[in-house]
Design a protein around this ligand. Sequence first.
Ligand SMILES: [Zn+2]
Length: 57
Amino acid sequence: MSKYMIDHGKYVIHRTRFVTDQCAHKQIIIEDQQFLVSAAEYEGLIALGYNLCIHCH
Ligand SMILES: [Zn+2]
């Protein structure tokens, strides 16, 4: 399972391994960050309407 970095401010899911500068991940506030590894959590966020980042997916 990949690791993901979740931007809860913008509702975007980044793939930690493939994050680029274009992801503007350094602008994600710490409070809005969450790292997750479980497929269930990932599916849950998708179901909530989170978007996959186009730069690292
Ligand atoms: Zn990204």
